[in-house]
Design a protein around this ligand. Structure first.
Ligand code: CDT
Length: 343
């Protein structure tokens, strides 16, 4: 057995006017709840510290207030003044966190590049042990012209991630885990060391490539935080006649389909965390779910507010899929998959 208690910390709406401190206080309250339930890993949503700002057309100077300086020379995101309190608190409780943020990354030429990023912070290691930059940025560079259209300007504000899909091990969570190096060996499927994890961000969950990249590294647990607009006909390409209720039901269905299908096909657990509810009148779906490697939902949010969704999981449950139906080394035919990397 490889038991682990994980939780998704769903966040309700964060409005433009909500202060950074008030958001941090809400996140810390969720960490405290997790601690009372003996949770070991808490996962927060995409761009967790602010409203989902890519829905607004912003001037350069306005964008800056949504970004977190992630400067390795200053201790990285862990020491960034806006968010440090969350990491400090997690460390004091001995809880690991996955959290999404808008990264402001300093460049050697003195400029900054912005990424939609996440980190995994290990309380045992007292450091970030995994970092990911969102690869599949949805939306457009130029705003939609239709009056009242929901904007999705991620392609305007962020560069696509350049780190690939690096799996990592998180130490100190599983008793008697065989000691391996921190690195995830290519094709490692040992299932006895520290847990192998991966991170995705929102739109990435709809793309098989990221999940499979983690599957190929033996990932047992994948995190994916999201802000998914409940009603966005311009973006989804649906008829503008569709009712908001139908659109939201469809969005929740496709979200779950992606998480459940890909967890099953890569024999991994997944923790999928919403920022939910109406942010300044812009509705986001909820549907925070923890998914088993057999594709079934183990735990699900009931609200569109701040809510901790916890589950006791056994990472050994990944073995069945990894050793039988999805034993990649036995059944895959990479020589037939050229198109996937060529196009
Ligand atoms: N944040 C994000 O990636 N959202 C995308 C687009 C949804 S907005 C209609 C998603 O795939 O959920």
């Amino acid at each position: 057995k490889r038991p682990l208690k994980v939780a998704a910390a769903q966040l309700g709406p964060i409005h433009i006017k909500d202060s950074r401190d008030s958001v941090l206080a809400r996140m810390i309250a969720l960490l405290n709840q997790a601690s009372e339930q003996a949770v070991q890993v808490v996962a927060f949503p995409e761009l967790a510290f602010t409203t989902f700002f890519p829905r607004h057309l912003l001037q350069d100077e306005e964008i800056d207030s949504y970004l977190e300086l992630d400067d390795e020379k200053l201790g990285g995101i862990r020491q960034s003044s806006n968010v440090k309190a969350l990491f400090d608190h997690a460390e004091s409780l001995g809880i690991d966190i996955y959290v999404g943020y808008a990264e402001k990354s300093p460049q050697p030429d003195g400029n900054f590049i912005h990424y939609n990023s996440s980190v995994y912070y290990s309380a045992a290691a007292k450091k970030v042990v995994g970092k990911y930059r969102k690869v599949h940025l949805p939306g457009v560079v130029e705003p939609f012209k239709e009056p009242g259209a929901t904007q999705q300007l991620e392609k305007r504000y962020f560069k696509p991630g350049n780190l690939g899909f690096p799996a990592f091990r998180a130490p100190g969570l599983i008793e008697n885990a065989t000691k391996f190096s921190d690195a995830v060996e290519k094709g490692s499927m040992d299932g006895t060391g520290d847990p192998i994890m991966g991170m995705l961000i929102c739109n990435d969950r709809r793309w098989a490539e990221g999940w499979r990249s983690y599957g190929l590294q033996g990932a047992e647990l994948v995190f994916c935080g999201y802000n998914t607009t409940a009603f966005a006909p311009q973006l989804w390409g649906a008829s503008t006649e569709i009712s908001p209720e139908e659109a939201e039901a469809d969005a929740v269905f496709h979200h779950k389909l992606s998480c459940q299908g890909n967890s099953y096909m890569n024999a991994c657990f997944s923790v999928n965390i919403a920022k939910a509810g109406s942010e300044d009148g812009h509705p986001l779906i909820a549907g925070t779910i923890i998914v088993h490697p057999n594709g079934r939902i183990l735990a699900e949010s009931k609200s569109k507010d701040d809510e901790l969704v916890a589950a006791e999981i056994d990472l050994a449950d990944c073995r069945r899929g990894k050793e039988k139906t999805f034993a990649f080394h036995k059944h895959r035919r990479p020589e037939q998959y050229g198109l996937i990397v060529e196009r």
